[in-house]
Design a protein around this ligand. Structure first.
Ligand SMILES: O=P(O)(O)OC[C@H]1O[C@H](OP(=O)(O)OP(=O)(O)O)[C@H](O)[C@@H]1O
Ligand SMILES: Oc1ncnc2c1N=NC2
Ligand SMILES: [Mg+2]
Ligand SMILES: [Mg+2]
Length: 214
């Protein structure tokens, strides 16, 4: 009986992918957050967001590249809530591509590599969706840029917030998980463009850092 419970729980926690993505198994130290746990938390965040959205259509602004997986899953949850008739939060989507990381460090300079025409955000309620807030420099740059387009409101949802002395102290409006000061990969979070295809959020190990260093 107990064994059945353990196996069922593991399957749910890892949402079926109990194994690690094979080609990365020598490059990560440990699983920090399994996919199943991300799914559970994302559903809760979606309910909180729908609860808080008072009026008007919402524009989901996905911060590429790292935010794409969380953005897709979060939009799915909001769509499910809408289709259950509990709420009807009309959503549209926009994309912006920002980059500042080389290896496991922020370069200190946040580049806007590309975006939709942000003037469409004027007078709209915007929900920024990110994978992680670490130093907070990316969010600082993005929020400053967004203000120029005079949106009606801007809220930020980030799956992860890192507890680090390098932080500006910025805290998003919706947080999935607070994590320790370690470099994590997986679930679209990368190290030099590798690991985005890793199924769970894991801590990279030295072997992985060396193997995929620039
Ligand atoms: O709070 P910060 O220290 O600024 O770090 C967080 C940002 O850095 C990463 O993006 P990255 O520059 O790696 O580009 P990517 O999203 O394409 O991976 C991550 O996806 C966040 O956008
Ligand atoms: O831990 C991290 N893993 C991947 N990408 C980033 C991280 N912190 N800031 C950007
Ligand atoms: Mg990013
Ligand atoms: Mg990155």
């Amino acid at each position: 009986e107990i064994e059945h419970i353990i196996v069922t729980t593991a399957k749910r926690l890892f949402s079926g992918d109990v194994l690690l993505t094979k080609h990365y198994e020598d490059d990560v130290k440990s699983v920090l957050i399994p996919k199943g746990l991300i799914n559970d938390r994302t559903e809760r965040l979606a309910r909180n967001i729908c609860r808080d959205v008072s009026k008007g259509p919402l524009i989901g602004l996905c911060v590429l590249k790292g935010g794409y997986q969380f953005f897709g899953d979060l939009m799915d949850c909001i769509r499910t809530i809408n289709s259950n008739g509990e709420q009807s939060v009309q959503m549209s989507v926009d994309f912006i591509r920002l980059k500042s990381y080389e290896d496991d460090q922020s370069s200190g300079e946040v580049k806007i590599i590309g975006s939709d025409d942000l003037s469409s955000l004027h007078g709209k309620h915007v929900l920024v969706v990110e994978d992680i807030v670490d130093t907070g420099l990316t969010m600082q740059k993005l929020l400053t840029t967004l203000q120029k387009f005079k949106p009606a409101s801007v809220k930020v949802a980030s799956l992860l917030v890192k507890r680090t002395p390098r932080s500006t102290g910025y805290r998003p409006d919706y947080i999935g998980f607070e994590i320790p000061d370690e470099f994590v990969v997986g679930y679209a979070l990368d190290y030099n463009e590798y690991f985005r295809d890793l199924n769970h959020i894991c801590v990279i190990n030295d072997n992985g850092k060396k193997k995929y260093a620039t």
